[in-house]
Design a protein around this ligand. Structure first.
Ligand SMILES: [Zn+2]
Length: 214
């Protein structure tokens, strides 16, 4: 457990994820009841590693409430799973998280891949503060937070309730940088390429390709 805590500390020094959450009012409020600490029993990490068939990664088991119980990654090569995560879902989940690790390791290759599929990085300033301040921070997408589809549309995972944000309750809305308005439906060109996606996949191209690697 001490080692797992040290791994989290190193991760934080590299990606500043926890400090980003705590310095954002809505994101810290949504995590009020989440305890982001290493779990006493780390034995699940062995099973996860066995299910992954991957080298050069570290698996840390967190308290069940950490990040609302959602598996995720941290810098540089850490996969975080909540305690009591169902073993039958380990293989699939590790496959997904390994895509995020690859995104962390090879940002330039991913930039090129996504560009070939119609995605370009967007700057924070392109999104009005009103919406930007309501975006759920995701550890897997935080290093390259905003992307534009078809040179125009930026998906934003917005907390459904501004007054009572719940970590798992988000809707993806689309900022149209050309018309300067927020749409609740994805652009037709996006749906034509990717079909109808769950919010967890549509929120960011990193998630899209982690769920539907192609
Ligand atoms: Zn993911």
């Amino acid at each position: 457990m001490r080692q797992a805590q040290a791994t989290l500390k190193t991760a934080e020094s590299l990606d500043s994820y926890e400090s980003a959450c705590s310095s954002c009012p809505i994101n810290s409020k949504a995590r009020t009841f989440c305890q982001y600490i290493a779990w006493q029993d780390q034995s699940l990490s062995e099973k996860a590693l066995a299910a992954a068939a991957a080298k050069d990664i570290t698996v840390v088991i967190l308290s069940p409430s950490a990040e609302g119980g959602m598996p995720h990654t941290r810098a540089p090569n850490v996969i975080c799973l909540p305690a009591y995560f169902p073993e039958e879902r380990l293989a699939e989940t590790m496959r997904h998280e390994l895509v995020h690790i690859d995104q962390r390791k090879n940002p330039q290759a991913w930039r090129e891949k996504l560009a070939a599929h119609g995605w370009t990085p967007a700057s924070r300033e392109e999104i009005p503060q009103q919406w930007r301040s309501r975006v759920r921070i995701n550890p897997d997408t935080h290093s390259a937070q905003f992307w534009k589809w078809a040179g125009r549309y930026i998906p934003l995972p917005l907390f459904e309730r501004e007054d009572k944000p719940v970590l798992r309750e988000i809707s993806v809305r689309w900022w149209d940088a050309e018309e300067q308005r927020l749409n609740s439906q994805p652009p037709t060109s996006f749906t034509q390429k990717y079909g109808s996606l769950a919010a967890s996949a549509a929120e960011h191209p990193y998630e899209l390709y982690a769920y539907h690697n192609r």
